[in-house]
Design a protein around this ligand. Structure first.
Ligand SMILES: *Cc1c(COP(=O)(O)O)cnc(C)c1O
Length: 347
């Protein structure tokens, strides 16, 4: 079989949640949008629910419906995009909690589902989602009179503890939520690490659970091992791959490995990234193809039948750096062709 092996360690995921929960002064939820950062929202969320998570967050109502099927009744499923046109039956049937982002969404929700719980997302300075201060001031009394379960906002720069926008957004959120009795939420992974001032009642970490920065102390959750299909020897001057971009400067041995940009192994890492034989780096030679990578294994005594691209020696953020991106994009790009193995987890 030429499919790569993607192993997802649910025990490491739960350990990361516990470690963030230990740092967080309030309740710790979990963000499982984009299919649990590409790792299967249902499996991820069941493992976290078993560990005690009571509040989950997704981006879209459709994701919430899938998650409700996986989780059953009980945990809250909060939807960042709020209440969009056509969402009412999904919100009602799956028992989702939309985070209302605007007066328009508030009116839509009130008209369609007047008694159904909702949260409110405030814009404290990121200018992406949420009600502006004036909009919130005008609607606040009415919204607080209904089944309001959460008031939240999102930090734009929490991965950079020294960024002045963190403190500015904290001031803005604190002012906008003065006297609010519903629970308040500001922190994702980065916000938890900024300290207790940022924690409020509920945090909603995502990336740290999955082993990514800014949670530097996270345990790795994913391992990706790719089969070697073929090995060949090159003479000096021979080229490898599309565009003949890599030319052997001396005799070399090249392994052709199954996995490419169609599997989320981002093309920009060509000529920069590496695969690993245990802890020995084997540099990519030439461009990343749709289904294949070519790797310089000249220095290995023996070529193993698999080479690792995500492993203890190279985590998601290391690979992200080689590809000029962030760990979030590496995880959410992991493609559907891998054989997925789940290790650990109670269910
Ligand atoms: C994605 C997201 C989160 C989780 O952020 P991480 O950086 O992955 O911890 C939390 N809140 C909102 C609004 C988000 O969009």
């Amino acid at each position: 079989m030429a499919s790569g092996n993607l192993t997802i360690d649910l025990d490491a995921l739960v350990a990361n949640w516990r470690a963030l929960d230990a740092l967080n002064a309030g309740e710790t939820g979990a963000c499982v949008k984009a299919d649990g950062y590409g790792l299967d929202a249902g499996r991820v969320a069941r493992a976290l629910a078993d560990a005690g998570v009571r509040n989950f967050f997704v981006a879209l109502a459709e994701e919430g419906v899938t998650l409700r099927r996986a989780l059953g009744d009980g945990p809250a499923i909060n939807v960042f995009s709020g209440h969009m046109e056509g969402d009412a039956p999904l919100i009602a049937e799956a028992g989702l909690t939309p985070m209302l982002n605007s007066a328009e969404q508030a009116a839509r929700h009130r008209a369609a589902l007047p008694d159904h719980p909702y949260g409110v997302q405030l814009d404290s300075g990121m200018n992406r989602l949420g009600m502006e201060p004036a909009e919130w001031a005008a609607l606040r009394t009415g919204l607080e009179a209904g089944p309001l379960t959460l008031v939240m906002s999102h930090l734009a720069c929490a991965d950079d503890p020294g960024h002045p926008q963190n403190a500015a957004q904290l001031v803005s959120f604190t002012e906008m939520t003065e006297g609010v009795t519903a629970p308040r939420s500001l922190a994702a992974t980065g916000g938890i690490l900024l300290g207790a001032d940022y924690h409020f009642d509920l945090a909603r970490p995502g990336i740290g659970l999955y082993g990514g920065l800014p949670f530097a102390a996270a345990q790795p959750v994913v391992r990706l091992s790719l089969p070697v299909i073929q090995v060949r020897d090159l003479e000096r001057g021979e080229s490898v791959g599309y565009g003949a971009s890599h030319i052997a400067r001396h005799k070399a041995r090249i392994a052709t490995v199954s996995g490419g940009y169609a599997d989320g192994l981002i093309r920009a890492m060509g000529g920069i990234g590496a695969l690993y034989a245990a802890d020995m780096a084997c540099p990519l030679a030439g461009r990343v193809s749709m289904d294949l990578l070519t790797v310089d294994v000249t220095h290995l005594d023996a070529v193993p039948d698999h080479l690792d691209i995500l492993c203890p020696a190279q985590g998601v953020d290391d690979l992200a750096e080689a590809a000029g991106t962030i760990g979030y994009e590496i995880l959410t790009s992991l493609g559907p062709r891998y054989a997925r193995h789940y290790a650990g987890g109670a269910s």
